[in-house]
Write a protein that binds this ligand. Structure first.
Ligand code: ATP
Length: 826
């Protein structure tokens, strides 16, 4: 029965106008903000701010003969001061003037404005500002579009649904449902899934013939209240067919997929995904969550908007656990290959339970019994039987079932080498094979016998191989006719296209319901992230041990000041005994080199640890998350923000432990510990962000790990002390700007060296540096403030998070479109 829905007629328009309004608002806000900021900058630069900066620059530059550039606004506009006269001008414009051959000393701070007011120059200034505003507005529009498609309900699905022309839909809007109850009591309640002429070809490299995976002869139907088994020898195309029917074949340039599908005898477009539960061979879960927590989490995300009271959600969780025999394992963690958790059978049943939450009418399963013993396999199939008895449509690939489990199925689709061998009732297949002349003794199980009939003999006996090929040929030619007699659709009907669009529209609209709002998604995802982090006690322990041991190692090797405290007690006594000579040695200029060396090691170590951990773990988590996002549980945005935030406390804790051990041991400058901890934590956060970026763009953890060493090496080379900026190859200068290690190292060096004085005795290398500032100047680190470095690190964090988010959004799963079968293209 189809439900009437009068108010849905306006929902498409509402969504369109909501989106347009958001885009326009964000674009306007962006351009207004940019214009006002740039005009403020222009006027401020001309007037008050110029004066203020000029005097500050003058103060800072006193006693120095170097020119200093002070970053004021973005990349292009840099205010430069010279010590001679405190002259103050825009670096950007100065460079431009230089190019035009104008004199370099243009004006004093007060005369600045007047020297630039020749009309054409002002026009140029204004037009550049307008251009910047326009570019930023366009970026705002692009981001708002991405934001909308990632955060807002519907996204691409709604878009594709809305692309379906209203006039072609024949009142399909009236069939659309708004609540799960309506959804499953309407068009999609009792679903019959039909398919015909399904084929798949794998394009090969030049000169080699294409490989046929499914030959285009496959047809069948899965009916409500019945279980359809897809069987065949290994490699016969069972999983491929299951994915093709569900609309779940992963997008691949080499693949060409064709055929027709129907829902309740209504045809579907090639890109439709049947609203169903799809249970893959390998269920992926967060390993440290218990069975109950996993179900609680999924129930709240999928049904939070409909089951508003906690008692209702709890009741659903209890019901699912009882139905799937999970009650006794409710508080056991799910586990994975490394962490022991529930059994393989329980994992399969948990994945079925998770898919049952939204009460789908159709369930596709890819080898639900693989890896299970016969008792567990029977339990899983019996669970499916009870679901089918409730009216669900079950389609499952099954591998060598026992006679008992085989008989729990109603229908069978048999494949061999991508060809249809049988479609019909399970109870009739034995008789069917006997009538074809391939009968067998009664003691041999039916499943075993039919698989023998359609398996090709390979290796050794040529005659047996020839006979098996003849048998397969015969069975295949009979199967097509047999299936045609049993299954027919309105595929040749002239209204097929219209009907396909209509059905897709219904499916898209009906399955676009958000399970819960975006804030709740964020809260739940944050809770899960934190929980996973805290439950991974081994990982936390390893991190802490790493920090402690590094602190102790560095502390044992480096001694930088007069009043050393060392882990080696004899060393302390030794120091106290020969106080004068040793302290002279350690407070000498040799400690400049030691200090730089230590700070560089601290930063390289922090980068390695934060990045390597994320690069290793994130791609694995991504595999679970992309599946959950593809099944419309939540959006990329809330997930990503929750993920990024959840890591911050642990990063801070690790740095505090490291700093607390290292600082007194090596005797870094007193009173700078707080800055030290802040800078190392910020640096770890930036490194973790970089790790997320690599993990989100890399297709898998192997690629991510392969990318890691060259990135680290590049960062070390351009850390600010290994190669001078002016000697860096021009093509690589940009690396300097985003060099994680460089900014981190410079920050620590600035924090440590500013205010230090060095004694001239003791061994030292290179020219004499009396103060920390001198030492910094030798490495070209003068002229920067801690604020600059914090800003740079924060920009890196923000940039990495943004790019990782985009990377994650853009690598969303795409699916192959099923084309019309070749003979019907005309
Ligand atoms: N995208 C693809 N790229 C390359 N080969 C593919 C692709 N899809 C399917 N195949 C090939 O098609 C054949 C059938 O694969 P499929 O997984 O469907 O077999 P199966 O019957 O499920 O096998 P098994 O029982 O061993 O799991 C295999 O040889 C597989 O390598």
């Amino acid at each position: 029965m189809l439900l009437p829905h009068s108010h849905n007629r306006t929902s498409t328009q509402r969504w369109h106008s909501k989106r347009s309004l958001t885009l326009v608002t964000i674009a306007l806000l962006g351009s207004t903000l940019t214009s006002s900021t740039t005009s403020w900058f222009a006027s401020a630069q001309h007037q008050n701010v110029a004066g203020k900066f000029a005097s500050r620059a003058k103060l800072v530059d006193e006693g120095s003969t170097h020119k200093k550039k002070r970053k004021f606004f973005g990349g292009g506009n840099t205010i430069t001061s010279t010590t001679d006269d405190g002259e103050f001008r825009s670096y950007f414009w100065t460079r431009w003037r230089r190019r035009k051959g104008a004199p370099q000393h243009l004006s004093s701070a007060n005369g600045y404005y007047s020297s630039w007011t020749s009309s054409w120059e002002l026009v140029l200034v204004e037009s550049k500002l307008i251009l910047i505003s326009l570019i930023i507005s366009m970026i705002c529009v692009a981001f708002s579009w991405i934001w909308y498609s990632c955060f807002a309900d519907g996204g691409s699905r709604k878009e594709s649904a809305d692309n379906t022309k209203r006039e072609d839909l024949d009142g399909a809007e009236d069939l659309v449902c708004d609540t799960p109850e309506q959804l499953h009591s309407g068009f999609l309640q009792s679903v019959e899934v039909g398919f015909e002429d399904v084929g798949m070809v794998l394009k090969q490299k030049k000169g080699r013939p294409d490989r046929v995976i499914l030959d285009g002869s496959i047809r069948g139907v899965a009916r409500p209240g019945r279980m359809l088994a897809i069987m065949g020898p290994s490699g016969s195309g069972k999983s491929t067919l299951l994915h093709a029917i569900a609309g779940n074949v992963k997008d691949d340039k080499k693949v060409s997929l064709y055929g027709r599908r129907y829902i309740n005898n209504e045809s579907l477009t090639g890109d439709s995904r049947i609203p169903s539960a799809f249970i893959e061979q390998e269920a992926k879960f967060f390993p440290h969550m218990t069975v109950k927590e996993t179900l609680d989490f999924q129930v709240e995300l999928k049904m939070g908007s409909f089951l508003k009271k906690k008692v209702e959600r709890d009741a659903l969780v209890q019901d699912l656990m009882a139905q799937l025999g999970l009650t006794k394992s409710a508080n056991t963690i799910v586990g994975n290959a490394k962490v022991r958790g529930i059994s393989g059978g329980e994992r399969k049943r948990l994945s079925i339970a998770c898919e049952m939450i939204s009460s789908p009418s159709v369930i596709f399963l890819d080898e639900p019994t693989s890896g299970l013993d016969s008792y567990q396999a029977t339990q899983v199939i019996e669970t499916l039987r009870s679901l089918a008895d409730q009216g669900k449509t079950i389609v499952s690939v099954i591998h060598q079932p026992s006679q008992h489990t085989f008989q729990l199925f109603d229908d069978l689709l048999l494949l061999s080498e991508g060809r249809l061998m049988y479609f019909g009732e399970v109870s009739k297949v034995r008789q069917y094979m006997t009538e074809l002349g391939y009968g067998c003794e009664s003691e041999i199980g039916t499943a075993e016998h039919v698989l023998d009939c359609v398996s090709r003999v390979v290796g050794g006996d040529d005659e047996a191989e020839r006979l098996s090929m003849e048998r397969i040929e015969r069975i295949a030619s009979e199967a097509v006719n047999h299936a045609r007699q049993l299954v027919s659709f309105n595929g040749e009907d002239s209204t097929v296209k219209k009907s396909a669009k209509k059905t897709k529209h219904i499916i898209d609209k009906t399955s676009a319901h958000p399970g819960t709002n975006i804030f709740r998604q964020f809260r739940l995802l944050l809770e899960r992230s934190v929980q996973e982090l805290l439950r991974g006690k081994a990982a936390i322990f390893v991190k802490i041990v790493q920090q402690v041991s590094l602190g102790v190692i560095y502390g044992g090797i480096y001694s930088l000041g007069d009043d050393q405290v060392s882990i080696w007690s004899f060393y302390v006594y030794f120091q106290q005994l020969f106080h004068s000579s040793l302290t002279l040695c350690f407070s000498s200029k040799a400690s400049i080199m030691d200090r730089f060396g230590l700070l560089s090691l601290i930063i390289i170590g922090a980068t390695n640890m934060a990045m390597a951990g994320t690069v290793r773990s994130f791609p694995k988590e991504k595999a679970i998350v992309t599946g959950e996002i593809a099944s419309r549980m939540y959006r990329t945005g809330p997930y990503f923000i929750a993920k990024a935030i959840s890591e911050i406390p642990l990063i801070g804790l690790c740095n505090v432990i490291f700093g607390a051990i290292l600082y007194p041991l090596v005797n870094l400058q007193k009173g700078k510990l707080k800055n030290f901890l802040g800078l190392t934590s910020l640096h770890s956060l930036a490194s973790e962000g970089f790790g997320l970026l690599i993990g989100s763009v890399a297709p898998n953890s192997d690629v991510a790990l392969a990318l890691f060493p060259p990135i680290i090496v590049l960062n070390i080379i351009f850390d600010g002390k290994n190669i001078a900026e002016e000697n860096t190859p021009k093509l690589l200068r940009w690396v300097n700007k985003i060099g994680l290690i460089r900014w981190g190292f410079t920050g620590l060096a600035l924090n440590e060296f500013s205010g230090l004085e060095f004694r001239s005795s003791g061994p030292f290398r290179g020219p004499v540096a009396k103060t920390g500032e001198d030492a910094l100047a030798r490495f070209g680190m003068d002229g920067k403030s801690l604020n600059d470095l914090v800003r740079a690190q924060m920009t890196i964090v923000a940039g990495c998070w943004l790019l990782s988010f985009l990377g994650l959004s853009l690598t969303r799963q795409k699916f192959e479109v099923m084309m019309t079968p070749p003979d019907c293209n005309s």
